[in-house]
Write a protein that binds this ligand. Structure first.
Ligand code: SME
Length: 160
């Protein structure tokens, strides 16, 4: 049984540090990328409050393909440059969207989503995946959330 019980009263940066450490421990020594992405998605879901979707899109032959996630079934393929995920993947940069309705081309997978954070996972200078978080709360994510998920992305990049 895996026990991870973060103290949610601690500062956000510390909690994301704990999340990164827990993710490192989970993926260390495991070669199966699906298992690793599934466990990291589950950790994010347990750790980050106010989410309605958390998971991965993988870069496969020049487009994003749905990977392990928690939430409602989502669109399977996202071309580069489309939606929040495709934009983050094309730019190789985090996209923090306080109001998805104000983001041109946002792809709605769950009508409840109001804000979104997408962080590229980079390996060898290439985007190999993105981590996508959706929230039903407007302006749910800030720069500390972005930095925390970017740290997580670095920790797991070699294992997914
Ligand atoms: N909203 C994303 C699509 C993926 S779902 O949120 C899970 C986008 O605009 O790329």
């Amino acid at each position: 049984m895996y026990e991870f019980a973060p103290d949610m009263a601690r500062p956000k940066a510390e909690l994301y540090g704990e999340l990164a450490g827990a993710a490192r421990a989970l993926v260390e020594g495991e070669a199966d990328v699906v298992a690793n992405m599934a466990n990291v998605a589950a950790l994010i879901w347990q750790f980050v409050p106010q989410l309605n979707w958390a998971g991965f899109y993988r870069m496969i032959e020049g487009e994003l393909v749905l990977g392990p996630f928690i939430g409602k079934p989502a669109c399977i393929r996202i071309p580069l440059g489309q939606g929040v995920c495709g934009t983050a993947a094309m730019c190789g940069a985090t996209k923090l969207v306080p109001d998805v309705h104000a983001f041109p081309g946002h792809i709605a997978c769950d009508a409840a989503s109001r804000s979104e954070l997408v962080v590229p996972v980079m390996r060898g200078g290439q985007v190999i995946a993105v981590i996508d978080l959706d929230s039903p709360e407007p302006e749910r994510f800030d720069t500390e959330d972005a930095a925390g998920i970017e740290r997580l992305a670095q920790v797991i990049a070699a294992s997914i």
